[in-house]
Design a protein around this ligand. Structure first.
Ligand code: APR
Ligand code: PHB
Length: 393
């Protein structure tokens, strides 16, 4: 088998890239370890930057997004129970974000992939990359007991943090930068109306809380928890009580309680691998970088990576120029690091760190009090939250 671009992984990075290349008429095949139901079933964040929404329109996969996505022009911050709103649209000349779950995005991408006949191999085990430092790269895998090989011009590693692609870059070339946070997020989904029509990011002495949503009838809530906590120890009642305490009395009065149908704990991590290109291998999305979920940048970063990469590959095939390919890693990393900075900052000012002393706590309170009172500080948050522009090509 032969294709131009072999894409490892059918998460957001891999599927957005597959559609982008299809639009440009560049032949590609996606090789995914799991099946569609698994990939679509994973519960992830659900805030789309303006650029992500624009890309879904460009790819012709935005019909349901337009009908069901919730456009938010602002967001709320709570400090010890007192709420203030940041008018992101007013501060950014009209930019907004759209609340639409990653699961919905994946469903739309897979439905359109089927309709357009994009090539996806599901249930591929033992995926391995070879020849990426030469000019004849290929990907091999096993399926139904048979080994398959795909020859290609380029391999794109979109296989997430635990994938195999990043490890194909030699150890003396790859540099990794990492922060592991001393807490996790306990997340709950429940079919109850959201407390507020926009999100609430709450810094409370007992820890962070976030009120988010999936639709007018489905809420998504999170509370910061210790890493050694077990989901089983969090009954719905205990969760609602703790959430309400942290959001403060005004927001708590608007919380509708109900049975949860999903409850899980996720650790928080900042991680960047450099470079994002080695020979004929490119990395995109979580394969190259992880952000803590505060600010919901994960999927949006995958989208900006593959947007830049598809431009570089289009330039390669159309104009026979490798300038874009050679520039991809530096260009993508420039935006990645700004999103890393924002996600780290937003996490740092909203969470309770176990080592925090009185000084740290007061600095945090001063930071959020400054945010409450300064339109300049709010604008800095707003322009990062709605999504920074792509770096110049
Ligand atoms: N071979 C083939 N596929 C693999 C392999 C492998 N060895 N290892 C992992 N995969 C697949 C996974 O099953 C998954 O479907 O690669 C995909 C990676 O998807 P994500 O982890 O979602 O990564 P990415 O597409 O970069 O998404 C970035 O979306 O899911 C969120 O938290 C993620 O917000 C981040 C964003
Ligand atoms: C979510 O709805 O899952 C969500 C929203 C905002 C975030 C993180 C997660 O910052």
């Amino acid at each position: 088998m032969r294709t131009r671009v072999a894409i490892v992984g059918a998460g957001p990075a891999g599927m957005f890239l597959a559609h982008l290349l299809h639009l440009e008429g560049i032949d590609a095949t996606v090789i995914e370890r799991r099946d569609r139901a698994y990939v679509e079933g994973r519960v992830r964040a659900g805030v789309l930057e303006q650029g992500t929404v624009a890309l879904m329109h460009r790819l012709g996969v935005a019909d349901r997004l337009m009908r069901e996505g919730l456009v938010h022009g602002g967001t709320n911050v709570a400090l010890d129970g007192k709420l203030f709103r940041i008018d992101m649209a007013a501060l950014t000349g009209g930019s907004t974000v759209t609340v639409y779950g990653q699961q919905e995005v994946m469903r739309d991408l897979f439905d359109a992939a089927e309709a357009r006949g994009l090539s996806i191999v599901w249930d591929a085990s033992d995926v391995a990359l070879s020849g990426i430092d030469g000019d004849r790269p290929h990907v091999t895998w096993r399926r139904d007991g048979v080994t398959q090989q795909l020859d290609c011009d380029f391999v794109v590693g979109c296989d997430g943090y635990h994938g195999v692609s990043r490890a194909a870059i030699p150890r003396d070339v790859l540099r990794v930068f990492e922060r592991v946070y001393p807490f996790g997020w306990l997340g709950v989904l429940a079919d109850v109306p959201p407390a507020e029509h926009e999100l609430i990011y709450a810094n409370h002495e007992r820890g962070f809380a976030l009120a988010s949503m999936r639709s007018p009838t489905r809420s998504r809530y999170y509370i910061q928890c210790a890493l050694d906590e077990e989901v089983a120890d969090w009954s719905d009642d205990r969760f609602w009580d703790e959430l309400c305490l942290r959001l403060g009395p005004d927001a708590a009065a608007k919380v509708t309680r109900g049975p949860s149908f999903e409850k899980s704990i996720a650790p928080l991590r900042s991680f960047v691998a450099e470079p994002m290109r080695w020979g004929r291998l490119f990395l995109a999305g979580d394969a190259a970088h992880i952000v803590p979920p505060t600010g919901a940048k994960g999927m949006n970063l995958a989208v900006s990576d593959v947007t830049m990469l598809s431009q570089a590959l289009t330039e390669h095939y159309r104009e026979r120029s490798d300038a874009g390919i050679d520039h991809y890693s530096a260009r993508a990393l420039a935006r990645v690091w700004k999103a890393e900075r924002f996600s780290w900052w937003f996490t740092s000012v909203t969470h309770r760190f176990p080592t925090m002393d009185g000084f740290d706590r007061r600095i945090q309170m001063a930071e959020l009090d400054y945010l409450r009172g300064s339109l300049a500080a709010q604008r800095a948050l707003a322009e990062n939250y709605v999504g920074l522009p792509l770096e110049a090509a």
